[in-house]
Design a protein around this ligand. Structure first.
Ligand code: ADP
Ligand code: MG
Length: 262
């Protein structure tokens, strides 16, 4: 009997049953902020098509982990590879890496003085050297996909938080990233807007996008995640399927954390 990943019954419905080769690899990664050992011997591999949810108390190092993956933070030791390549240190190679690793933050981070359409076309034109007409056409298709095409001519401040966050997702997708990082993308939103953003993320997961998602949204994890990683005090304490993690966490730290958020 084959117990390989391809036949496991824990795959969320609708996602590809087979995951591809390693796309994001962290080996023995360490990072300090002064005396604070914020990432401790982190080993983590995310495969192509995989959706990984990272969960853990505030201050446990989740954002630092995300920022290290697209080199918004440097690391002290260890290795990070994207699609087999070590992270470039600077210059054009670093700009290319940032384009390959799409990032959506808690705060919407749109360019305030650009229209919604310009927010989405800017990166492809400047970094990917796309023609303006082609970039516009693709941007409109992406805005349509996240449900805000009719807002294309407006300024970010004219949109709701949920709409802005969906534009932020479209903007990252416009760079045709290999992997998308989401750092608590719904935690700054009013409750009624959370689902419109999560729905876009679930659809993206089902289309096979490789995703690392820092979130405490259990519904999203259950619907879309292949795996949950629980972080505490700079360490990966536990790795499990969403079902296992939310129903039967193994570590005391995870049990304690879940008792506070559920
Ligand atoms: P999380 O996202 O899990 O809440 P963070 O990665 O943001 O955690 O932060 C982990 C720890 O590192 C926190 O104690 C935070 O105060 C600290 N920290 C984060 N960024 C910096 C920084 N630039 N300088 C000093 N300390 C930082
Ligand atoms: Mg954080």
């Amino acid at each position: 009997m084959d117990h390989g990943e391809a036949t496991t019954t824990t795959e969320p419905a609708g996602t590809s049953p087979t995951l591809g080769p390693p796309l994001v690899e962290l080996k023995d990664v360490n990072k300090h902020f002064g005396d604070l050992h914020v990432l401790q011997d982190i080993d983590l591999t995310v495969r192509k098509g995989e959706v990984l949810v990272v969960i853990g108390p505030s201050g446990s190092g989740k954002s630092t982990l995300c920022r290290a993956i697209n080199r918004l933070e440097t690391i002290d030791s260890g290795e990070i590879r994207i699609d087999g390549q070590p992270l470039p240190e600077e210059g054009k190679a670093l700009a290319k890496l940032r384009a390959d690793v799409g990032m959506v933050f808690q705060a919407f981070n749109l360019f305030a003085h650009k229209t919604i359409l310009e927010n989405v076309t800017l990166g492809p034109i400047k970094v990917r050297r796309e023609r303006t007409s082609a970039a516009k056409e693709r941007a409109l298709a992406l805005l349509d996909r996240v449900g805000v095409k009719n807002q294309a001519g407006k300024m970010p401040a004219q949109l709701s938080g949920g709409q802005q966050q969906r534009v932020a997702i479209a903007r990252a997708l416009a760079m045709q990233p290999k992997v998308m990082l989401f750092d608590e993308p719904t935690s700054a939103l009013d409750p009624e807007m959370i689902n419109e953003v999560l729905d876009v993320m679930v659809a993206l997961a089902k289309e096979g996008m490789t995703m690392i998602v820092v979130t405490h949204e259990m519904g999203f994890a259950r619907k879309a995640a292949n795996r949950v990683v629980f972080m505490s005090d700079g360490q990966i304490v536990e790795e499990a399927t969403p079902e296992e993690f939310f129903t039967a966490p193994r570590s005391d730290r995870a049990k304690d954390f879940l008792s506070k958020i559920l």
